[in-house]
Design a protein around this ligand. Structure first.
Ligand SMILES: Cc1ncc(COP(=O)(O)O)c(C=O)c1O
Length: 391
């Protein structure tokens, strides 16, 4: 493409979209008429629960919502967020000062770097990790220090491995549990340790709680904010995308430290005029009446996980069952690189998976499978892989 105008340095720094290449390959095989089983993405396949959709339809008729929404979000939604956090996590929040409404967590995760980081400032990022953290880093021209997540350490960063000088320099730390892509979960004691480290080194912690509702085997994933003192040094970002299958609606929120919440609200004052009021009403409704909806969605993934793991174990693929999220993080057979293995599954079995190295250096040796299609298709994928006799 010929460019008429030079793009800014900030834009030029944005990382290449690793998975764009994969999407192209998948598209060309699909165009050839192959039956592709796509387990490569993180897009919930089920619809939003009907009662939430109905509430949106009804709210769309309200002319109050046809005007600009209040800049910082509807007060009733912030109240609903606080009630949800009290009910689910026994965390007390002030709707005025401790809640920011976001256009999806992705937006908040990119904005926060612009709020808190200057050129050359250091941020600690998990490796492997959700690629969008890198976008915020690039825009603010921050320096990245990675925290390896390994199976030996339950996919939690080992703070003892980070030298004190790096911790002293770091201004921001991203964490994400249940984790994308490793499916690891955090414990309350890990979050307590995080609060201690962050306070000692004055680091702002951003806990990305996108998969907060998706814990298995009777274990509810803990909120970072439930740790004592967490609100003094961090925020949690919570999205409705996964908890209520509302990824297309673009609605999430950040909760926690009032000064960070104020910064997020401030940057948003300059970029947007909040979200369509009817969406905010339906979101408040979802948060107020979720028990059944949340449980049905969570159970669906747990059943898929059980069926999928039983099937892969039966073909001799050794891997631990995910404890949360809707991903399985699978070690690949010796001698393969992640990308090469993912290519093989795509070309020979027409099964799409995400190569682990796309999430960082420590993702090499793994692939990520999204449990985002019906059980019968997941089992069909395993059958096709079995035929390749790789295990
Ligand atoms: C770890 C993680 N954080 C954040 C998001 C983005 O969530 P949202 O849909 O609210 O932008 C995703 C989406 O895939 C994710 O996997």
């Amino acid at each position: 493409m010929t460019r008429n105008f030079e793009t800014s340095e900030a834009l030029n720094r944005l990382p290449e979209q690793f998975f764009a290449k994969l999407v192209k390959k998948v598209q060309s095989l699909a165009n050839e008429g192959h039956d592709i089983i796509n387990l490569g993405q993180g897009n919930p396949d089920q619809p939003t629960p009907q009662h939430i959709v109905d509430r949106l339809k009804q709210a769309a008729d309200n002319p109050n919502y046809h005007k600009y929404s209040p800049f910082r979000g509807q007060p009733f939604l912030k109240e609903a967020v606080c009630d949800f956090y009290k009910r689910e996590y026994n965390v007390d929040l002030d709707p005025e000062t401790e809640v920011a409404i976001l256009f999806g967590a992705k937006t908040g995760l990119v904005e926060i770097s612009q709020c808190l980081l200057n050129n050359g400032d250091v941020a600690l990022l998990p490796d492997p990790g959700y690629p969008d953290y890198l976008s915020g880093m690039a825009l603010s021209h921050a320096k990245i220090e990675t925290m390896p997540l390994t199976q030996e350490h339950d996919f939690l960063p080992d703070y003892g491995d980070i030298d004190a000088a790096t911790l002293d320099k770091a201004k921001l730390m991203f964490l994400n549990y249940p984790n994308n892509p490793t499916a690891g979960v955090a414990t309350p004691s890990f979050f307590d340790e995080t609060v201690e480290i962050a306070k000692k080194h004055h680091i702002c912690v951003v806990h990305d709680f996108a998969y907060g509702a998706l814990g298995f085997d009777g274990e509810k994933p803990p909120s970072f904010l439930a740790s004592e003192g967490a609100k003094d040094i961090g925020v949690e970002m919570y999205t409705l995308s996964k908890t209520f299958n509302m990824a297309g609606w673009r609605i999430a929120f950040a909760v926690g430290n009032p000064s960070v919440i104020e910064s997020l609200n401030l940057i948003q004052d300059h970029m947007y005029v909040s979200i369509f009021g009817a969406i905010q009403e339906a979101a408040a409704h979802a948060l107020q009446e979720p028990e059944e909806a949340i449980e049905t969605i969570r159970e669906t993934y747990e059943k898929r996980r059980d069926a999928f793991m039983t099937a892969i174990h039966a073909i001799g693929w050794k891997a631990e069952a995910p404890k949360g999220s809707f991903f399985a993080w699978l070690p690949i057979p010796n001698g393969f690189k992640s990308e090469e293995f993912a290519d093989l599954l795509l070309e020979k079995a027409h099964v799409v998976v995400a190569p682990g190295n796309g999430f960082g250096e420590y993702g090499e040796g793994y692939i990520r499978v999204g449990l985002l299609t019906e059980e019968s298709r997941l089992l069909e994928a395993v059958k096709r892989i079995e035929k390749l006799a790789l295990f």
